[in-house]
Design a protein around this ligand. Structure first.
Ligand code: SAM
Ligand code: ASE
Length: 368
């Protein structure tokens, strides 16, 4: 090793400088391998979710690998390896007697039925998203989504033809996206005081999770969700099923089905566009914002909710990866606040204010 070789005989400075260089290179090697092995950490998380490791541990208040393997119908030795890896990632706590329990992270976010569960998102990322990412180099070469290679559905013009290629996929995508708002919905909806808006329409609002929170936070408003007919039909059914006896009727939202590029939009004072613009090209975004502007009166506004690219730090790094995800899964990308401001201005919303309520999503309010 270079660091073990004797110095050239010029005293301590050369040795110290070489030692520093070696330490820096060792650190760089660690960073490189952390990135290179990143997909393994993702797969440990995905596999443990798929096998129900966190659910079994939640139900039993902790258990050994043998018991989890019994419940998951998996190989005991391999299950032990997986659970050790989970402990290494901070997902499980290993006890002295060979038993494991969920960490707070796992109890909050990985257990099925936890109010903050993100399990659907992880299963979605593990499936369609991961398959698209296997073709990142092709995506960059071609500059378009990779559904043809990843799932055998060519859907360059309308990515949702691939995203919704089966009922099961439509349900999983909706579940994945809905889960975000159990953690961040309140924060993005209270970044600005929206109580002046009487009619709120969540455009591309999916199954209505964010809309229901808006209705709860702003009881003076009437909230409508606009989305494609299949999503709306499923959302209506789910809403009926969710009306639990004793829980009282949650705030009701109205659902309208259609194509937001072509159909007449419901009239509203505020249009929410959450994670919609990042799916589309600049031209399509301007068209969509113009259509929203046409369906609201003089005091109308749009609330854009996106992982807006910021100056630096870890959140910027993640948003840049999400931007590549949009390349592989949609026609869009993640944009900066300035880029959203420019799109809104082109569509007739000259002033856009951006607030970051913490977490991955920024809220941007633009008035006509
Ligand atoms: N706003 C939700 C959220 O943030 O959880 C869902 C965002 S999802 C990425 C994009 C939504 O746009 C989907 O619910 C999809 O069905 C809807 N969408 C896509 N194309 C549409 C169209 N042509 N007309 C109406 N809705 C559409
Ligand atoms: C889309 C969002 C996603 C389209 C395809 C997608 C996500 C995965 N695939 O609009 C979720 C992106 N992740 C986050 C944290 O937003």
């Amino acid at each position: 090793m270079a660091s073990a070789e004797p110095g050239p005989g010029r005293g301590g400075r050369g040795v110290a400088a070489r030692a520093r260089a070696t330490r820096a290179r060792d650190r760089a090697f660690r960073v490189l391998m952390d990135h290179a092995h990143g997909f393994m950490a993702s797969q440990v998380l995905f596999a443990a979710c798929e096998l129900g490791v966190f659910d079994v541990l939640a139900a039993r208040g902790g258990a050994g690998a043998e018991a989890v393997a019994g419940a998951a119908n998996s190989d005991p030795r391999a299950t032990r390896l997986l659970m050790d890896a989970c402990a290494g990632l901070g997902l499980l706590r290993a006890g002295p007697d060979g038993s494991f329990s969920n960490t707070a992270l796992a109890s909050d976010f990985l257990v099925t039925g936890s109010p903050l569960s993100q399990r659907g998102m992880l299963l979605y990322l593990a499936g369609t998203t991961y398959r698209c990412w296997a073709h990142l180099a092709d995506g960059v070469r071609e500059g378009r989504n990779q559904y043809a290679r990843a799932v055998g559905v060519a859907a360059v013009e309308d990515p949702f033809a691939a995203i919704y290629r089966s009922d099961a996929e439509r349900r999983l995508f909706a579940c994945a996206l809905r889960e975000t708002w159990s953690v961040w919905g309140g924060r993005v909806l209270t970044a600005f005081d929206l109580s002046a808006f009487q009619r709120i329409c969540d455009l591309g609002g999916g199954t209505g999770a964010l809309a229901r929170q808006a209705a709860r936070l702003y009881p003076g408003s009437r909230v409508t969700v606009f989305d494609v007919p299949d999503v709306v039909a499923a959302a209506r059914v789910e809403e009926e099923e969710e009306a639990e006896p004793g829980a009282g009727p949650g705030p009701r939202v109205r659902f309208v089905g259609g194509d937001f590029f072509r159909s007449r939009l419901p009239r509203a004072d505020l249009f929410i566009l959450a994670r919609v613009l990042h799916d589309w090209t600049d031209g399509a975004c301007v068209r969509l914002l113009r259509r929203a502007g046409g369906a609201c009166g003089a005091g109308g506004a749009v609330l854009v909710v996106e992982a807006a690219l910021a100056g630096g730090g870890a959140e910027r790094g993640r948003a840049l990866l999400l931007s590549l995800n949009m390349l592989l899964q949609t026609r869009g990308r993640e944009r900066s606040g300035a880029e959203y401001r420019a799109l809104a201005a082109r569509a007739g919303f000259p002033r856009l204010r951006l607030r970051r309520p913490g977490g991955p999503y920024a809220a941007m309010l633009a008035r006509k």
